[in-house]
Design a binder for this molecule. Structure first.
Ligand SMILES: CC(C)(COP(=O)(O)OP(=O)(O)OC[C@H]1O[C@@H](n2cnc3c(N)ncnc32)[C@H](O)[C@@H]1OP(=O)(O)O)[C@@H](O)C(=O)NCCC(=O)NCCS
Length: 117
């Protein structure tokens, strides 16, 4: 599996993917301006997206993470989440909150994903 992950402008988010994790487009659009968005591609195909909101003082909140249904259960969700946590850890983050709702399949965060205190 080769996954290419990069940050995109919040005006270029793949809304069809973000709606997999939150069915309200209005709600997604309400937090986008204060967030950063990352997309994942495999073989030139967009397979996933993730949105993180910066809360200030080193704290961040995972607002949304989604993998295209045909590509789920292939490890992409784990790889994207791990990449994003490493990205924020590398830029000095001290805390990542998971603020997802109860819609869809819920991710569990393994211990190694926790940020240092
Ligand atoms: C949640 C989501 C991002 C996971 O992405 P993914 O690429 O399928 O996840 P992975 O392949 O990395 O799997 C991670 C683990 O979850 C398990 N898993 C994934 N989908 C599952 C499902 N539908 N039911 C049960 N277990 C599941 C995998 O088996 C794996 O467990 P393991 O490490 O013990 O083997 C994806 O299912 C998704 O986009 N769901 C819809 C949006 C959503 O609900 N997002 C979360 C709330 S914001």
């Amino acid at each position: 599996m080769s996954l290419l992950i990069r940050e995109v402008s919040t005006t270029d988010v793949p809304m069809e993917l973000l709606l997999l994790s939150d069915p309200s487009e209005d709600k997604v659009r309400s937090y986008l301006p204060r967030s950063r968005c990352f997309i994942a591609s495999s073989g030139g195909v967009l397979v996933g997206a993730c949105v993180v909101q910066e809360l200030g003082a080193g704290a961040h909140e995972l607002m949304s993470i989604a993998i295209r249904p045909a590509h789920q259960k292939s490890g992409y969700g784990t790889a994207l989440l791990k990449w994003v946590i490493d990205f924020f850890r590398g830029s000095g983050a001290s805390q990542m909150e998971v603020g997802t709702g109860s819609f869809g399949y819920q991710l569990e965060l393994p211990h190694e994903f926790r940020l240092p205190a």
